[in-house]
Design a protein around this ligand. Sequence first.
Ligand SMILES: Nc1ncnc2c1ncn2[C@@H]1O[C@H](COP(=O)(O)OP(=O)(O)OP(=O)(O)O)[C@@H](O)[C@H]1O
Ligand SMILES: [Mg+2]
Length: 308
Amino acid sequence: MDNILEIKNINVGFKIEDNFYYALNNINLSFKKGKIHAIAGESGCGKSVLINTILKLLPKNGKIRGGEIVFQNKNLLTLSDKEIQNIRGAKISLIPQDPFMSLNPLYTIENQLLEVKNDIEIIKKSLEEVKIKNIENVLKSYPHELSGGMKQRIIIAMSLISGAELILADEPTTALDVSTSNSILDLLVNLKNKGKTIILITHDLSIVSNYCDTTTIMYLGNIIEQNESKLLFKNPLHPYTKALLSALPTKKGKKLENIKGQISPITETISGCKFHPRCNFTMDTCKNIKPELKKHDNGYCACFLCNQ
Ligand SMILES: Nc1ncnc2c1ncn2[C@@H]1O[C@H](COP(=O)(O)OP(=O)(O)OP(=O)(O)O)[C@@H](O)[C@H]1O
Ligand SMILES: [Mg+2]
């Protein structure tokens, strides 16, 4: 089978006070092996909830309703806590936005890496692969002694050491400067060239076209467009994707256009298309009926304008 991970009809919500609000609505996604897949959208669209759902790391008030998450032919949602713990780290690894989340401040890097695999030669080889120089010094360091970029390299080395085949990277470069960020993204491409599959969460579409094979755009818990990255950039279909792309800084460093308004909290009810209050092309239908994600010659899109 070509797909390493399939998400089928997943709905996730949170209990807030005495009500239940959905943060992910009927999500269907397939991830081909050996590719970098981007999931993009503004803050609050549900990117991290999706990643935490895959790893079953939702907070207590979060519930997955229905659906399946199939990883290497196993539905992760039916596994026991122990079984999922064996998959986390070893088979599916997480590169978080803040690498401190994955590193224990009380232990040296060497001790933490030895926990992943008790083999110092494999550890040193992996540190070389993520382009860490003075390896001996770094091994003896504590996390707070290393820069943000260095910590992210250690986390990437961890996924190499563990042998994980699927890597979930939740905005791994947001906290880094541009050149460090590019070198971390280059490392992700190296991982892909070794056959790993990467799901890269980002709100920065400017990195997507260079690094990612496919792109999924989310808006308020829904997938609204999906395509090969090159095609999506060349020919965006959904007004939200078009707006996101036109909000990118130009080569001359100018921002062209901002999208009006803000993404709503999940506690707010929006009828029809969730994007309609911010869309420049809203029709009456958009206010009442939710457009489905449909296949087109040029990819998948959930909008009445492209669903005609
Ligand atoms: N534990 C929780 N309880 C209630 N609501 C939550 C909880 N966790 C997330 N949410 C809500 O779910 C929605 C999606 O959040 P999520 O963290 O996935 O956004 P995101 O796309 O990752 O944004 P960002 O780019 O800022 O990281 C938001 O409206 C958020 O407030
Ligand atoms: Mg997030």
